[in-house]
Design a protein around this ligand. Structure first.
Ligand code: PEP
Length: 256
């Protein structure tokens, strides 16, 4: 696999952390540390932090994204935010299908597909998260689970939209647990996802797709994970809240 065919992207997922004032501080701290990055740098932040983060990142190489969006443009969906609302404020990126949304908030492969469709319709770039639970890995069905999550989410996605889709392989057992997949495990499943994309859209599109690994990636293990031929970046939770660690991961990204 030739990494020069695609862009490495390191994305932070801040989850439910940081007030707007803290968000400004964190973006300001990250900015100088990643200014010479040889890869895409993205911070996905809580809704209430979006405007502050956009303002703080303006003129820098840091992009700002949201952590979810609803599939309708507007309506009686108390507590939800639409893709149109996000783009109206200049937010171009959104995480869809994070395992915490699937596990704690009832997201299913079907609602993930609907959210994805809405985000793409609004012109956004999506980080689609897929990944197996520990029991599924132990039962030997990782490939089936990840393939079907990927296929269902991509239903109705046109080949012309794929340059706005990033897929993040995030084994659920590795998220926030400090237990990282080995580089071989990460590389193997990212390669499998690329072969699923190839089966649906052909080799050229698959070779061009950015596929990230996520799950306890940190300053120490990033280089080994990112050296895998099919791992084109990372989705980073805990370490994205620590400027120096996040910057180390950005430095480890292999672009081309
Ligand atoms: C995540 O939230 O997507 C994630 C990978 O978290 P962590 O890096 O903390 O495991």
């Amino acid at each position: 696999m030739n990494k020069s065919l695609r862009k490495a992207v390191i994305a932070g997922n801040w989850k439910m952390n940081k007030t707007p004032a803290e968000a400004k501080e964190l973006i300001e701290a990250i900015k100088p540390l990643v200014k010479d990055a040889d890869c895409g740098v993205l911070c996905c932040v809580p809704y209430v932090d979006l405007q502050t983060a956009l303002d703080a990142a303006a003129g820098s190489n840091i992009e700002i994204g949201a952590e979810n969006c609803h599939w309708e443009e507007s309506g009686a969906f108390t507590g939800e935010i639409s893709a149109k609302m996000l783009t109206s404020m200049g937010v171009k990126y959104v995480i869809i299908g994070h395992s915490e949304r699937r596990t704690y908030f009832g997201d299913t492969d079907v609602t993930v597909q609907k959210r994805m469709r809405a985000a793409l319709n609004a012109g956004m770039t999506v980080i689609l998260c897929v990944g197996e639970y520990l029991e599924q890995r132990e039962q030997g069905v990782t490939a089936e689970v990840v393939s079907s999550q990927t296929k269902i989410a991509l239903q109705g996605v046109d080949a012309s939209e794929l340059d706005r889709v990033i897929i993040a392989y995030e084994p659920v057992w590795a998220i926030g647990t400090g237990r990282t997949a080995t580089a071989d495990q990460a590389g193997e499943v990212c390669g499998l996802i690329r072969s699923v994309v190839e089966g649906l859209y052909g080799k050229e599109k698959a070779d061009a797709m950015t596929i990230q690994y996520g799950g306890s990636m940190n300053a120490k293990n990033a280089a080994e994970l990112l050296a895998q031929p099919d791992v084109d970046g990372g989705l980073i939770g805990g370490a994205s809240l620590k400027p120096a660690d996040f910057a180390e991961i950005v430095k480890a990204a292999v672009n081309g």
